[in-house]
Design a protein around this ligand. Structure first.
Ligand code: UN1
Length: 511
């Protein structure tokens, strides 16, 4: 079947109808959504106005006031049910992710699995929101810290992980006792509608079980930048977690700081891997191929820079060139495809601009050309492998496309310095069997990124670890480990259970 013959709009309609989303939510509106698979329109959503957004925030705040009173393990039960709904809806939601974003089938499903995983994590967490008890210097006193919900948590997500990023934030924020309000990317509101429908199903079951869940606990905002601004500026939103470009973060971060609200920023990455003389080259080839070409280079963790030791360069790079030449590019819904389309025409134009810049800087390019799939509005490309004489020009920037810059190195410390020499600091990897190199890479003088891996690529992180990066990546942490603390406020409590009032630091104040 050619791309032009695919009736993706009908497919979308059926998936959304099965999930109980009314047609009025995705037809007849002003926000047009197209599938990158064929370029065809698959939805037209009514948008929220700025005034409606402010009302939704007020309603979410009311929900928060009730929800914070529900014991955390009971809040966890709602997220357990959400996990069940996601399990039941995995095939449908995964397919919708593939249609709306262009991910290959296993990655569309994988994204939903990531949502299920974080729900499981959050359910356990709902019984582990621990604070410390701290030794006090005063007799008959006790000092402790307790963690309380914050309020309404704003979530701004990007097109490339249209639903998983919501779940990392929402699952934690909700068990922590907050209400959430979500502005998905304008490019991917349909998967958000589907996710919201699954959440509402979970709420229904929770209430049927006797649980207390206020209305508007999780709210969806549909629209563009203007409503995002309302969210960022609203005094009843104490935290906004925003995923997107560094340019977006430069606007959102200072605006939140200006009103002393918190931010979790998950911005650009320009992730590197170092291939050392002792690397297992079969494993390296597979690790590099997935990290650099997977998701058509549109993950924030995508591998973009590869530093290869000169002793293995001529063994690895020709094999990589071959993989780039033969990787299956095409309809992501077809089995066997590994690289789907770019999200849109602008992404294609950005890729071509970066490749032109690389050429001007002395790069030798394999691939990068458009693959004609019979639809002028769909943008398929052969991933590009660009051998560069040095780290300069477009290598220093994140281009959200499958371009891997390869640079030869001879000294380990030089490679480490190159890894750290870009403004972004999300993810990084080393391929080596030399223990000193591996340990140095993950040490204080090693990679300066939020994620530093050994013998796996920089992308495809599990939810159990904290996810995020340093420098222009924004510094935020989401998902596992103790990232939950970002969604709560800490209260330090000192309790005097005696009859005297000793003051700290030996101060005397007898009246
Ligand atoms: C992103 O691209 O915004 O580690 C997130 C990964 C995924 C998440 C990527 N678990 O590649």
């Amino acid at each position: 079947m050619t791309l032009a013959q695919l009736d993706l709009a009908a497919d979308v309609k059926k998936i959304l109808a099965d999930l109980g989303v009314s047609e009025a939510r995705f037809t007849g509106g002003t926000l047009s959504v197209t599938s990158p698979i064929s370029g065809a329109e698959i939805g037209r959503l009514p948008e929220d106005s700025a005034a409606a957004t402010a009302e939704k925030i007020e309603a979410a705040h009311k929900a928060f006031l009730e929800w914070r009173q529900v014991p955390a393990p009971k809040r966890g039960e709602l997220i357990r049910l959400l996990g069940e709904e996601l399990r039941a809806g995995k095939a449908a939601l995964g397919r919708l992710v593939s249609i709306e974003v262009g991910k290959i089938t296993s990655e569309g499903l994988g994204e939903v699995q990531e949502m299920i995983d974080i729900c499981d994590f959050a359910v356990g967490l709902s019984r582990q929101l621990y604070g410390l008890t701290i030794a006090t210097e005063r007799s008959e006193h006790r000092m402790m810290e307790t963690w309380h919900p914050l309020g309404v948590v704003g979530i701004i997500s990007a097109f490339n992980f249209p639903v998983a990023v919501w779940s990392w934030n929402a699952a934690l924020a909700l068990v922590c006792g907050n209400a959430t309000i979500w502005k998905p990317s304008e490019k991917t509101p349909l998967t958000a509608l589907a996710t919201q429908a699954l959440f509402e199903r979970a709420v229904k079951r929770f209430v049927a079980e006797g649980g207390t869940a206020p209305a508007n606990l999780s709210t969806l905002l549909i629209g563009g930048r203007a409503i995002g601004e309302v969210l960022v500026d609203h005094p009843k939103v104490p935290l906004v977690s925003a995923t997107g470009s560094t340019a977006m973060g430069r606007v959102v971060g200072p605006r939140l700081a200006q009103r002393f609200a918190r931010s979790i920023l998950e911005l650009g990455g320009n992730n590197a891997a170092i291939v050392c003389p002792t690397a297992d080259l079969d494993l390296t080839l597979r690790g590099v191929a997935f990290a650099a070409m997977g998701t058509a280079g549109q993950r924030c963790t995508t591998l973009r820079r590869l530093f290869v030791h000169d002793s293995v360069y001529d063994q690895l790079v020709p094999r990589l060139r071959k993989a780039y030449g033969s990787v299956a590019v095409g309809n992501p819904l077809e089995s066997g495809t590994l690289v789907g389309p770019l999200i849109d025409k602008a992404a294609f134009a950005n890729m071509q601009t970066a490749l032109d810049g690389a050429k001007a800087a002395g790069g030798t390019i394999t691939g990068g050309d458009r693959v004609d799939n019979g639809s002028e509005n769909a943008f398929y490309v052969r991933p590009a492998l660009v051998e560069m004489p040095s780290q300069s020009g477009p290598v220093e920037h994140e281009t959200f496309a499958p371009i891997l810059y390869v640079i030869k190195y001879s000294d380990f410390n030089e490679a480490l310095a190159l890894n750290n020499a870009v403004p972004q600091g999300l993810s990084s990897s080393i391929f080596t069997n030399n223990m000193q190199e591996a340990e140095t890479f993950v040490s204080a003088r090693g990679s300066d990124c939020g994620i530093a891996n050994v013998n796996i690529g920089p992308s495809g992180a599990e939810i159990g670890g904290a996810f995020g990066g340093e420098k222009e990546t924004g510094g935020g942490r989401e998902s596992g480990s103790d990232a939950w603390k970002g969604y709560m406020r800490r209260s330090t409590n000192t309790i005097n259970y005696g009859k005297t009032l000793p003051l700290a630091q030996g101060v005397k104040f007898d009246v």
